[in-house]
Ligand binder design. Structure first.
Ligand code: ATP
Ligand code: MG
Length: 448
């Protein structure tokens, strides 16, 4: 065990920093085994060469909350090139932030960032958005440009102490999310922080301090100023984290969903209570699946959101619902830069649902469908739909027991209507399963 004494500031900090660091003498405990040996080694090597270096951000927060950190980030006063000179397996990345990624032997990545100072946006200026952030600074300056107090703690593994300039530890104990500095400025500077706030409160079960919440709501209108790839990545971090239901509800309440997922926002506004219930039951099913440690691809996540939107099982409406889905996916590709591969993966996963329930034939027979590359992912979506609605339990049981469901007598290749001009799909709409799913088109984790 490492005894953590808050306020015990380690030697390399300059005096002015020490004065402003919190001196609350609270003891906390971090399990020694929770620390990552490679991360500690990186800190040690930087220290050996005379630099300041600490563990920082989410890993310190999670260690203090007795949670397992997802990754270990390191902050140092060494410049990116100086860091690179000390480590063989590393590379410089990032335009907005210059960072160093150090690769461990087992393939994990440690992010090492150089302390940064405020890039110098004036509070009076109309546009507070930070576009470049590469002004280097001290440890304390670095903390001040981090997002929330609970993410602004340093941990010094050598001195076994927490360095807290922003009262983050007391917020951790209170379960309170609060921006570092003026919430209005901090949210306008980088509206992606709205999504980060949603993630942290949903994940940790924290409260948002009212001024921070008000600033989030006000800065929603600035979301379109952010790069779509960052927005998409943060949105998917919410969906992947097993917190999709509370997160989507909070994004609705903040009026942010309209900008982040326009078709979903429209659906939730127009849907009947019953449709909304089904939608959120699917999302809860997805959360339970992910929280149970079963991973899934982003295409499966998207399919779980879209399955209630374009219900593929309504026999009379099947063609309409697929066209509706195609339209939504096109819109997502155009408006939020959803990668094509993910859109195609989602479309195919929903398309094959009808094969799973025996409403549609599979060339080569249902038995061979089990061998298809898509089968496992399609079953995940199917299982989540079954948990949410209670429908098709017999068919699911059959597949799980190694049998195939009985083909419905009406299962046939539906007659294609002549598509009207407004519905004319740009891409080919899959008609029968096999031709569209060669292994090359199989969806994989999206690189956003
Ligand atoms: P997680 O455990 O989910 O990875 P995290 O807090 O580690 O959460 P990261 O995205 O890994 O989140 O970021 C690491 C740290 O970098 C944060 O804890 C925070 O201090 C800082 N940070 C990240 N994004 C921002 C941002 N947009 N604005 C300010 N600081 C940020
Ligand atoms: Mg992290």
């Amino acid at each position: 065990m490492i005894e953590v004494e808050l306020g015990a500031v380690s030697a390399p900090l300059v005096e002015s920093d020490v004065v402003q660091a919190q001196t609350e003498n609270v003891k906390s405990v971090i399990e020694y085994g929770q620390l990552d040996a490679d991360a500690v080694r990186i800190v040690l090597r930087l220290r050996q060469y005379g630099y300041e270096a600490y563990l920082v951000g989410g890993c310190v927060r999670d260690l203090l909350l007795q949670r397992t950190p997802k990754d270990f980030d390191i902050a140092t006063n060494a410049r990116p090139r100086q860091i690179r000179a000390l480590f063989r397996n590393c590379r410089l990345i990032g335009r907005r932030f210059r960072l160093v990624h150090i690769f461990s032997r087992d393939g994990r990545i440690f992010e090492v960032s150089t302390f940064r100072a405020d890039p110098g946006t004036s509070a009076d200026s109309e546009d507070l958005l930070i576009r470049r952030d590469n002004v280097f600074g001290s440890a304390q300056e670095d903390v001040c440009r981090r997002d929330f107090t609970i993410n602004g703690l340093f941990f010094d593994p050598l001195a076994a102490c927490i360095i807290d300039f922003v009262d983050g530890y007391s917020d951790l104990k209170k379960g309170l999310l609060r921006t570092i500095g003026d919430p209005e400025i901090r949210m306008r500077e980088d509206p992606v922080r709205i999504l980060r706030a949603v993630r942290f409160v949903c994940k940790l079960g924290f409260e948002i301090e009212p001024p921070t919440y008000a600033a989030m709501k006000a800065a929603v209108e600035d979301l379109p100023k952010c790069s779509s790839s960052r927005l998409l990545e943060e949105t998917f971090r919410l969906l992947r984290g097993g917190i999709a239901k509370p997160a989507l509800q909070m994004l609705m309440a903040l009026d942010a969903l309209e900008l982040l997922f326009p078709p979903l926002w429209r659906f939730l506004n127009e849907a009947t209570e019953r449709e909304k219930e089904t939608f959120f039951a699917c999302v809860s099913g997805l959360d339970a699946w992910l929280s149970g440690g079963k991973g899934c691809s982003d295409a499966v996540i998207l399919a779980c959101l879209m399955i209630a939107v374009a219900n593929p099982f309504q026999v009379e409406l099947q063609e309409d619902s697929m066209e509706k889905l195609q339209g939504f996916l096109r819109e997502l590709k155009r408006d939020i830069c959803l990668p094509k591969r993910m859109a195609e993966g989602c479309r195919n996963l929903l398309f094959v649902q009808r094969i799973l329930v025996g409403q549609r034939k599979y060339k080569g027979g249902l038995r061979r469908f089990r061998e298809h590359a898509f089968f496992e992912e399609a079953m995940t979506v199917f299982e989540i739909w079954n948990t949410a609605t209670g429908q098709f339990s017999e068919e699911l049981k059959a597949w799980k027991e190694g049998r195939e469901p009985v083909l419905k007598t009406s299962a046939r290749k539906p007659k294609r209507r002549k598509p009207s001009q407004e519905h004319l799909p740009k891409e080919r709409l899959p008609e029968e399963g096999p031709e569209i799913w060669d292994s090359a088109s199989r969806p994989s984790e999206t690189q956003i």
